[in-house]
Ligand binder design. Structure first.
Ligand code: LLP
Length: 433
């Protein structure tokens, strides 16, 4: 191996969990989509969510092309709860992804981004009348019915023909965090098989509802492909339909200790089961979220203080307000000092956030290279389920999303401001208390 090759393979290793279009400068600084992170920090501030737009679009195409090559009558829906922002909906639309929305807010953003209503599906175990009405008014392609109350209201509110999918509880337990498992018998999502059969009869008897097929989603961050074959098996057992949606859930490797099936392996497993069990003419749908966006995104923080007490605490200017997932699921992430990517990582540190919770630990016991106040710290693999759960705990402001491609950066969503925070409190500000 030449010195050059050796350098490249070390670089590749260092960047394994970073976006596809990430690089390291000669000085050891992280670059996303051709933009050095120090320049992004100077322009947009921190904390900030950075997205590699080219890598993201490439990953979208892997899903769409991969599924249609294996099963031409197919549709890939972006589970938009994983990154609900107008820019992302627009990218989904431009690359040929359909989208699923989990409620009125996501529907509004998808429509505002110009997503074709014929490519939108509405989910939810607790839809309001207003949300059902919004979906009907927009003329979206499908409503995923979770319960009999959904059916009652659709019967009452629909005035033209509306396609529906019925969500089943498959009774599949998956090896994932309890908050991410949705397929077990006691799941709050969907109906068990006996009730689902009644729901099928109800829809078939309804003058305006059109039963397109069955939906199932067995869980999230699934690192083994067997549950996806089980998902196909469970929907197949209900008989022939024109559409089968087997949900999302493909996991991603957040750290070196995790491995996940590739998109191709995942699609092979699903399609092999579909060829065996589903009608050849049926439409096959999947709803990946995390596996589309996770790797494309990183979070960039500034280090506010480094303190060595019982441990070395590296405290950044964000925390569980911009990445709640960690406190909810215990998911382990990696963190690096973004301007010293190639230096040895020698200082065992707890990267902590600024929220007033001891549980606000972003990454425990991670080795960093000489962490100091003022450093930029990057957490890779935060493209999914970070922005979407961002909140105002301790008055934190929701960070911006910056899309980077070929050395250019643009804002997808602005940073919230203190004025935004006060905006909702106008009634209180106007009154005396
Ligand atoms: N379809 C349905 C009906 C879902 O409920 C979900 C995720 C997906 C698709 C997309 O799953 P994915 O491909 O992203 O795994 N807050 C948790 C994740 C909850 C996922 C909820 N449902 C976390 O941060 O891990």
């Amino acid at each position: 191996m030449t010195a050059q090759q050796e350098g490249n393979s070390t670089r590749a290793q260092l960047l394994e969990r970073f976006p596809e279009e990430a690089d390291i400068t000669e000085e050891g600084e992280l670059v996303i989509g051709g933009c050095p992170v120090s320049e992004l920090a100077a322009q947009y501030g921190t904390p900030a969510y950075l997205v590699d737009e080219i890598g993201l679009r490439r990953q979208i195409r892997r899903f769409i092309d991969g599924l249609s090559a294996r099963w031409p009558n197919s549709e890939v829906l972006f589970a938009s709860k994983s990154l609900p922002c107008v820019a992302m909906y627009a990218i989904a639309q431009s690359e040929g992804l359909s989208v699923d929305v989990a409620g009125g807010g996501e529907l509004v953003m998808a429509l505002a981004a110009g997503v074709d209503p014929d490519r939108i599906y509405l989910h939810g175990n607790s839809k309001s009348d207003t949300e059902i009405q919004m979906a009907l008014d927009a003329g979206i392609r499908g409503i995923v019915v979770d319960n009999f109350d959904d059916l009652d209201r659709l019967d009452r509110l629909a005035t033209t023909r509306q396609g529906v999918l019925l969500r089943m509880i498959p009774g599949i337990e998956t090896q994932t965090h309890a908050s991410q498992a949705t397929g077990g018998h006691d799941s709050k999502f969907g109906l068990p098989v006996d009730q689902l059969r009644q729901a099928i009869e109800r829809v078939n008897a309804s003058p305006l509802l059109r039963l397109d097929g069955i939906h199932v989603h067995v869980g999230s961050q699934i690192l083994d492909s067997a549950p996806f074959a089980s998902a196909v098996r469970s929907v197949a057992e209900l008989g022939p339909f024109s559409t089968y949606d087997i949900g999302g859930g493909l996991g991603v490797p957040y750290t070196d200790g995790e491995t996940a099936p590739s998109v191709e392996e995942y699609l092979d497993v699903i399609v092999a089961a579909a060829r065996e069990l589903l009608p050849a003419s049926a439409k096959l749908m999947i709803e990946p979220g995390r596996s589309i966006v996770a790797r494309a995104g990183i979070t960039l923080y500034s280090v506010n203080t480094v303190k060595s007490t019982a441990k070395t605490f590296v405290a950044v200017d964000g925390g569980m307000a911009d990445n709640l997932d960690i406190a909810l699921t215990g998911q382990r992430y990696d963190a690096v000092i973004a301007t010293r990517m190639t230096e040895p990582r020698t200082v065992l540190s707890d990267v902590v956030g600024r929220q007033c919770e001891s549980g606000d630990l972003l990454v425990g016991e991670v080795k960093l290279s000489r962490p100091q106040r003022g450093d930029l710290l990057a957490m890779p693999m935060t493209g999914a389920y970070a922005y979407t759960m961002a909140n105002n705990y301790n008055g934190a402001l929701i960070p911006p999303i910056i899309f980077c491609a070929e050395g250019m950066s643009r804002l997808g969503a602005e940073r919230q401001t203190y004025e935004d925070l006060l905006h909702l409190h106008r009634p209180a500000l106007q009154g005396s208390w």
